[in-house]
Ligand binder design. Structure first.
Ligand SMILES: *Cc1c(COP(=O)(O)O)cnc(C)c1O
Length: 483
């Protein structure tokens, strides 16, 4: 009993001695904070930090009185951390070019400029400048989409998942949609074709088997309730071995013989033949349309290399019907998306220069030689930073991924910098290094392969090299204790 009373007295004294909110607001340092963050935010910072200190005193973890300067330092840190954007730029050295969790496509400067312009000024988004009356926002990109895909009409929504949902809701509500069992895909982030169908009010009719589907499977599934035959690009996996899938033109013929539309969800889709750049082949909307597809959907921020969007192209009457569905209004895109999309589509008019101008393609077409050269250049500085640690550094040929389900099994020969432990202590250091890099001011994201930490250089652009070196050096120095 005695003891707790003895302990309680100084605790109360500590609490009573804490400065008031007003006193801290009047402090000289506060004037600077007032200018930067405003009165409300500063008051919030003071209250909250005083509260935290009070709790520490009460729990016994703080036994001595903090000075006003100590408290102000805490307040400053709190204010600075809060003011930093949460949408942080990171350096993606994972080797996955279209990394969904890291924001997918990096957009080219031309596209960024178009987006900035659209964001900072009013623009003729839905305004017919010729007639001086209300227009249609899709018209900003419809013509170029038709030109690049061979379709009659086009419309744009928030993302490709929305495009698929909208077309099912508009064309297949309370009706049947025939899909091969080999294509009932799940894409990361809970996009499952059967679930999307259900939510859109469509009844899924599965045909064929997981590995083999034949033309007669489609033909025999058609009833008076069938609204469409659908093909879904199996973008994130492949079925190998004893397989058969029905080519698009054959499904189209079966559908058209019964006056039913044939719809293709391409997923990534790209507007030009990727093999001309030495990349694996990826189906294009133009090919699907030419094969007889009545509607094709694809993403704006996968291989296309632009902003997040879902693009629908195809027959005019079907696009009209989709646009009349009230959900089109729910899923519509804004001016920032349309400005970015228009700018990125424009680049496709000149396929020869696309690898220089479209950032995604520039990264995908980097040669192992160029990355090796880059690795050799970076190595000495990084190696120096590791002195005194139990880690060693090497270059390592690796295979990068395109990502976002594009060309799932294809890998691109790439070059990485590998940080390996020399001993048991080194193993822990590598883990800490990864964590320090990930939590630095500009986070650097690599990946582990066994016990080695890999930095795939495919996505390291020249302007990021110096930042990478300084972040790496700072992190390594923390581990070697040389700081
Ligand atoms: C990626 C993908 C989607 C979803 O597209 P988002 O733009 O991510 O919404 C749908 N279908 C297929 C086949 C895909 O690959």
């Amino acid at each position: 009993m005695e003891k707790t009373n003895v302990a309680r007295a100084p605790m109360n004294q500590l609490l009573a001695d804490l400065p008031s909110v007003d006193k801290l607001l009047q402090a000289e340092q506060s004037q600077k904070f007032l200018e930067c963050y405003g009165r409300d935010e500063l008051t919030r910072a003071i209250r909250l930090n005083l509260q935290l200190i009070r709790e520490k005193i009460q729990s016994g973890s703080l036994m001595t009185a903090p000075t006003d300067a100590d408290i102000m330092a805490k307040i400053q840190t709190w204010l600075e951390v809060r003011a930093k954007p949460k949408t942080k730029q990171v350096i993606n050295l994972t080797g996955t070019v279209l990394h969904t969790n890291l924001g997918r496509a990096i957009m080219p400067p031309d596209v960024v400029e178009a987006i900035a312009k659209a964001a900072s000024e009013p623009c003729a988004l839905e305004y017919d400048l010729g007639e001086g009356k209300r227009g249609d926002r899709d018209e900003l990109v419809e013509e170029i989409l038709c030109e690049l895909t061979g379709a009659e009409a086009a419309t744009v929504v928030n993302n490709n998942a929305a495009a698929v949902f909208l077309l099912l809701h508009a064309l297949s509500n309370k009706k049947e949609v025939v899909v091969s069992r080999g294509e009932l895909i799940e894409i990361g982030g809970s996009f499952r074709i059967p679930d999307i169908m259900k939510r859109a009010g469509a009844k899924l009719v599965e045909v064929g088997t997981t590995n083999r589907t034949h033309p007669k499977d489609f033909a025999e599934a058609i009833t008076t309730k069938t609204s469409m035959l659908m093909k879904i690009h199996t973008s994130n996996y492949v079925v190998q071995g004893f397989t058969n899938s029905v080519p698009e033109n054959e499904i189209a013929d079966i559908a058209h013989a019964q006056q039913i539309p044939f719809v293709v969800d391409l997923g990534s889709g790209t507007l030009v033949d990727m093999t001309q750049y030495g990349l694996p082949s990826e189906p294009t909307p133009r090919e699907a349309i030419a094969a007889g597809a009545d509607l094709v959907t694809f993403s704006g921020d996968k291989l296309l290399g632009g902003p997040q969007a879902g693009i629908l192209v195809g027959r005019k009457d079907l696009i009209q019907k989709i646009k009349k569905n009230p959900l089109k209004r729910v899923l519509r895109v804004g001016k920032i998306t349309l400005a970015g999309l228009e700018a990125v589509l424009n680049l496709y008019r000149d396929p020869q220069r696309l690898p220089e101008r479209l950032t995604v393609l520039k990264l995908l077409t980097r040669t192992q030689d160029s990355m090796n050269h880059q690795a050799v250049q970076l190595l000495p500085e990084l190696e120096k930073a590791l002195a005194g640690t139990s880690m060693r550094i090497n270059t390592l040929p690796v295979l990068s991924q395109i990502g976002s389900g594009s060309l799932p099994i294809e890998r691109l020969p790439s070059m990485a910098i590998a940080i390996e432990p020399i001993d048991k202590a080194g193993e822990k250091q590598v883990v800490r290094l990864e964590k320090f890099l990930r939590s630095s001011e500009t986070p650097v994201i690599g990946r582990f392969q066994e016990k080695a930490l890999l930095f795939d250089l495919r996505c390291l652009q020249a302007h990021q090299e110096q930042t990478f070196i300084s972040i790496f050096s700072a992190a390594a120095t923390r581990i070697s204790g040389k700081a």
